[in-house]
Write a protein that binds this ligand. Structure first.
Ligand SMILES: [Zn+2]
Length: 153
């Protein structure tokens, strides 16, 4: 999986016209911030990850680099919602900086199972993010300077 230090520019999506900051692109060679997060944040994160809009589908499934004997779960279940692990990416717009945070679906597993505490600014953006695929979400993306075809994957 691609490594990107939290809040650093994400380069691999090949969208140089978009201001994208990576969150949760962890790997086994780099330490990460551990700590408590609110259940409200985790619940909001899971909801957004159930069927996330993204400009292009990613091929294949990323493996969890921290699970010792397995590649990590294929899906995460919480409060009746299911998040498929390792293929989707989540775009969380933040108009203040005219950009978006991009997180891999595995971020939910990292938070749940490996004590990962994403940056507070990301947590706040997730809590404020409109419902996925709503008109408000599309408007928030546009306000953040992201003008993709909204059909998406
Ligand atoms: Zn794991």
């Amino acid at each position: 999986m691609v490594y990107c230090k939290d809040l650093e520019p994400l380069a691999f999506l090949d969208r140089s016209d978009w201001l994208l900051s990576g969150v949760g692109w962890l790997d086994a060679d780099h330490d990460y911030v551990r700590g408590p997060v609110s259940e409200a944040f985790f619940a909001a994160l899971v909801e957004l990850l159930v069927d996330p809009w993204q400009p292009a589908a990613c091929a294949g499934r990323s493996r969890c680099p921290f699970c010792r004997f397995t590649d990590g779960p294929g899906a995460l279940y919480f409060r009746g919602s299911t998040v498929r692990m390792g293929a989707n990416n989540l775009f969380v717009p933040h108009a203040a900086t005219r950009g978006a945070y991009v997180a891999p679906s595995l971020i939910a597993h990292y938070v749940d199972a490996h004590e990962y505490a994403p940056p507070v600014a990301f947590q706040e953006a997730v809590l404020q993010c409109p419902p996925m695929r709503s008109m408000a979400y599309q408007k928030a993306l546009l306000a953040a300077g992201i003008r993709p075809p909204f059909g998406g994957a």
